[in-house]
Design a protein around this ligand. Sequence first.
Ligand SMILES: Cc1cc2nc3c(=O)[nH]c(=O)nc-3n(C[C@H](O)[C@H](O)[C@H](O)COP(=O)(O)O)c2cc1C
Length: 387
Amino acid sequence: MPVITCIDDLKRIYKRRAPRMFYDYAESGSWTEQTFRENVSDFDQIRLRQRVAVDMSGRSTATQMIGQNVAMPVALAPVGLTGMQCADGEIKAARAAEKFGVPFTLSTMSINSIEDVAEATTKPFWFQLYTMKDTDFVSRLIQRAKDAKCSALVITLDLQILGQRHKDLKNGLSAPPKLTPATVANLMTKWRWGIGMLGAKRRHFGNIVGHAEGVTDAANLGAWTAEQFDPTLDWGKIARIKEEWGGPVILKGILDAEDAKMALQVGADAIIVSNHGGRQLDGAISSIKALPSILDAVGDQVEVHLDSGIRSGQDILKAMAMGAKGTYIGRAFVYGLGAMGEQGVSTALEVLHKELDLSMALCGRRRIDELDRSVLMVPEDFAGRWQ
Ligand SMILES: Cc1cc2nc3c(=O)[nH]c(=O)nc-3n(C[C@H](O)[C@H](O)[C@H](O)COP(=O)(O)O)c2cc1C
């Protein structure tokens, strides 16, 4: 059993064990990957203020996100094709999240279906919705999420059209994988993954195949998804979906203060400052740099969450001290899952928790609600003066 001390350890094992096509799918950003890189490197610009001789006993990372108790302010972000990183990946990740006491968000583009995850867990999870042209299908998805007792709907706004990741095109990414000679050669070296997949409950998109008109198998799925994302999505449609859902709504993919104000107007319960992990608009600013202006605009009226670039508990601490009320991890849990399945996701959460807890202590803070900007040393022009 390897000694895991940080998220990077999990990433190294994940790289060895997962098929190249799926590793590349997770570990890339759009076009030049500038935004993907800066999501991580911009966190490094912020420093923590060390304090000493403060009673550190009785610490807790527990808090709430949208009124729900969480063991630490971290949710698992929706990640498409999670069940291709590891057999039954969504079920395993959801179970690890449940055991740890943090929310799991199931992607519309998951391999395990809403019903699969509901059956394998005992507490409500969150469902992420991509709006599609087929409104009947969207309504059925919403109903299925309600039937499964999902406790929040996360509507993703930054993927009306798909950003381009060069590696996915070159690898011919698909679920199940396209069997080109190169893919077969690579898969032969991934025996652990292959054995797992042989016994997997599903190998293509569980929320779609058999549920969307005309999609009966993976062959016609590709064409369906390519033309299904809704380029006409607007705030009116978002308001209608919120009404149809009737429960807590989190709007994901806000990077601009003006959009944050619109999200407020449609009555979002929370917004996620996010650039989709650098997978959509390459050249957009990092989420952590976008956070201050969005907090200034709406922070006192709506819960502001953040994702993109979180790889450590120190990053979580920085986002929370800046003023976020919760964070999400995408790749950080995928690394764990691809490395060691459910145990790997648990390990990722434990690593982040330990880093968050110790960093809080060394900053002289014992509770999440004691975190504020005085914990941080932020470069003067951190958010930048963009014209
Ligand atoms: C492999 C992968 C697949 C993703 N799929 C989805 C998805 O289906 N729906 C969605 O809203 N976001 C999706 N995202 C974006 C994540 O929800 C989240 O915004 C992002 O991963 C955060 O950045 P991080 O990976 O640096 O933590 C995906 C991200 C990755 C890495």
